[in-house]
Each structure stands twice: as C-alpha cells, then as structure tokens.
Design a protein around this ligand. Sequence first.
Ligand code: DQA
Length: 150
Amino acid sequence: MNERILVIHGPNLGRLGRREPAIYGRETLADIERRLEARAQRLGCQVESFQSNHEGALIDRIEAAETTHHGIILNPGAYGHTSIALRDCLSGSPLPVIEVHLTNVHAREPFRHRLLTAGAALGLVAGLGPLGYELALEGLVAHLRSRHGT
Ligand code: DQA
C-alpha cells in the first residue's frame, strides 16, 4: 500500500535552523522534509508537508486531510500546550496521528509539561530531534499496515 502521510508543523517551526539553535538545532524544516522524503521512499509511502503559524489553518488542514491522506504526523509547537480546539479537531478526526516534539518537553519548563493534543494521538515521540519525525513515520506506516494486514 502506498500510504499518503501528511506532516504538519505548527507555529515557529518554519524558522527551524535559525530559531534558538542551542535548543532546536541547526537543521531547517527543508532538511527535515528531505529526511522524511528519503525515509518515505525506503518505506514505499508518500509524504507531504504543511507548516502554519495559525491555529485555525492547522485545524482546516487536519479536517481536509480526512479525504486525502491515511495518517498525520503533527508537531503542534506551542499549541500542543494550549489549544483545546486543536485537541478537539484531533479527537474528531478518523486519521491516526503521531505527535512529534523535537525536544523533550517534559525536561523543560513546567508550562511545556502539559500536552493537550497528545491525549488524542496514537503515539508521541519527543526529545529525539529531527530523527523523531522519521521514527514517527516508521511507526505510523507500521500501524497502518498492521491494520490493513499488508
Ligand atoms: C516543540 C516544543 C514546544 O514546547 C515549543 O513551543 C515548540 C517546539 C518541539 O518540537 O520541541 O515550538 O514543539
């Protein structure tokens, strides 16, 4: 099966590489997309990426993916800590979601310890940097294949 996976990046992630590199590293979003493209080719699936700084735009994209994609990888950025609207959208989506955070949010400031969105996700990868997206893709595709018996 040639699964179509949507990778969604929330606010401030468009500035990866330049944004607080001591915390988030030097890799840009384009670097992460290249990693995912290579991993997707090896796995035999398709990836498409979307980034927005706007909560409503993220929700619109998740809703639209229902008819176009098989699963979602989501780094909600700070909205993961604050957005009930994003949590509700994930809860209402039929698509499996793996949430990714580049950093281990549980080892950072207390306001990052609560993840509203993760409770509606199939799984969570945090603290492994850009590799986390690749591992999320592996996990999501394995989940979809086990569900379809392929
Ligand atoms: C982040 C962690 C969030 O706390 C932060 O607001 C981000 C990035 C991460 O990938 O580690 O924007 O989601």
